[in-house]
Design a protein around this ligand. Structure first.
Ligand code: UGA
Length: 339
């Protein structure tokens, strides 16, 4: 089978391609505007196509028509971008993704659509978030942070409606804070906004700068090792039961507050490097850190029973997840630019 991975050069795409090359079962075509994160990732069953599919629609359609399965990963995924340039987010994350879904329908291709755990929004109930029963609750329109999750939610709903009508075979996945090698990008000390939390805390450990705790740091996330996430993808790929279904990919065992994460990463960094971090932890408001229009989820706990029923379970806990991601960034070639 031939898999077309759109957005191959990002964090999730590059790790997925590495995993699929190793597995060796499929021919893989990866398309992206950049291949930086694909550096050194090569195999006889992998072809990289350098293209901006938001411009090269004919090429995108040709690649879709020549594939069996399309994996759509293109998206902005950093909250700072949702606050700063909300319309760019909708353009890429909604309108461009809809075009890909339409190409899949036109050519009868199965679609794996990456969505987000953020679609649950401020889901009010106490338990873990379930794909088929939890409500999806967005904040006010004036808080433009929610434009991202609203766009993803609408994308999901449209794909689902087409699935109901028999227009497409799809699988939607909702990632819960994947972490690992090649995650986001590092930043200089005292940078506000920018990448996601692991990259900020990692940068602080390297530069000795402060770690910012947005709005108190009591909000919670659970983090998923990127290799568990890649295993989850192949479980879905191999299992016809995943057709026209939505799946959370997460690891409930790693549930932690952001404040606890800052301390955890400092301890782990010391254990891995022998250097004692002395970062200052600074409380900062969401508005100051990201800009006006930021709001947040207090908690994002995944219910993974649906994917477990297909035989997948996360096997990497907090330690391996963060040790692998930290160790990748200890390489001087990775972190030299921010010192
Ligand atoms: C982001 C995306 O918006 C989601 O779509 C995506 O599913 C998710 O990442 C993911 O990685 O899977 P979020 O979890 O809010 O959502 O991303 P982060 O930027 O990593 O923020 C996590 C928490 O840390 C937030 O509460 C944020 O305010 C806080 N934070 C971030 C800090 O306290 N300090 C920082 O330096 C950075």
């Amino acid at each position: 089978m031939k898999l077309l991975i759109i957005g191959a050069g990002g964090f999730i795409g590059s790790n997925l391609i590495e995993h699929l090359i190793e597995r060796g079962d499929h021919e893989i075509v990866g398309v992206d505007i950049t291949k930086d994160k694909l550096f050194g990732i090569e195999g006889p069953n992998f072809t990289y196509v350098n293209a901006d599919i938001t411009e090269a629609h004919d090429l995108a359609e040709k690649l879709v028509s020549e594939s069996d399965i399309v994996v759509d990963l293109i998206a902005y995924a950093n909250p700072s971008i949702y606050v700063e340039t909300p319309l760019e987010v909708v353009k890429l994350n909604f309108f461009e993704n809809i075009k890909i879904a339409e190409m899949c329908m036109l050519h009868g291709k199965r679609l794996f659509q990456y969505s987000t755990s953020e679609v649950y929004g401020k889901s009010g109930h106490a338990g873990a978030y379930n794909e088929d029963t939890s409500d999806l609750i967005m904040g006010p329109t004036g808080k433009q942070r929610w434009i991202y999750a609203s766009g993803k939610q609408y994308l999901e709903r449209i794909i689902h409606a087409h699935g109901m009508r028999g227009d497409i075979e799809y699988t939607i996945v909702r990632p819960f804070n994947f972490v690992g090698p090649r995650f986001d990008y590092l930043v200089e000390a005292k940078t506000l906004g920018g990448p996601r939390v692991f990259a900020h805390f990692m940068s602080a450990l390297i530069t000795g700068g402060p770690m910012y705790l947005v709005d108190g740091g009591n909000q919670r996330r659970s983090f998923t090792h990127i290799d568990d996430a890649s295993d989850a993808f192949t479980t879905l790929l191999d299992n016809p039961a995943s057709i026209n279904q939505i799946y959370n990919i997460g690891n409930p065992a790693t549930d932690t507050s952001i404040r606890e994460l800052a301390h955890y990463m400092m301890e782990l960094y010391e254990e891995l490097t022998g250097k004692r971090p002395e970062n200052e932890l600074i409380d900062i408001s969401g508005e100051e850190f990201y800009g006006v229009g930021y709001e947040d989820m207090d908690r994002v706990p995944p219910d993974i029973s649906k994917l477990k029923a297909l035989g997948w379970s996360p096997t990497r806990g907090m330690r391996q997840t963060f040790a692998d991601a930290i160790e990748y960034n200890l390489d001087e070639r990775i972190h030299a630019s921010i010192l």
